[in-house]
Design a protein around this ligand. Structure first.
Ligand code: FES
Length: 112
């Protein structure tokens, strides 16, 4: 990359991936979860600064059942069947307070 052309990134603490595809949930329910996530992050003050949470939508996260599927990194924690109520818990307990919502986790990344 040429000097001076490198992109810059503001600090962030976590990255949330939301599947908005149509195989894991009926009527692509992940789209509503993804939209709601933005307002919850704003409400909880998680859009700026070192605690910032980035969010991205994906057309498929390779699970394709039991959705909507939401993954949180760097923990590599995956949640299934994410409703608006569960999303609220994920934002408050996991993203804000750092406590994984254990009862909703269906998969964890394995690191070598
Ligand atoms: S369509 Fe959601 S994980 Fe594949």
């Amino acid at each position: 990359m040429q000097r001076g052309s490198a992109p810059e990134m503001e600090p962030y603490a976590r990255h949330v991936l939301v599947c908005t595809g149509n195989f894991c949930s009926e009527n692509r329910a992940g789209r509503a979860i993804y939209a709601r996530l933005a307002s919850l992050l704003q409400r909880e003050g998680l859009l700026f600064g070192v605690t910032r949470v980035k969010r991205s939508e994906a057309p498929c996260l390779g699970v394709c059942t039991g959705g909507p599927i939401v993954a949180v990194y760097p923990e590599g924690v995956w949640y299934a069947g994410v409703t608006v109520e569960l999303l609220e818990r994920i934002v408050l307990e996991h993203l804000k307070e750092g406590r994984v919502v254990e009862d909703a986790v269906f998969h964890r990344m394995t690191a070598e």
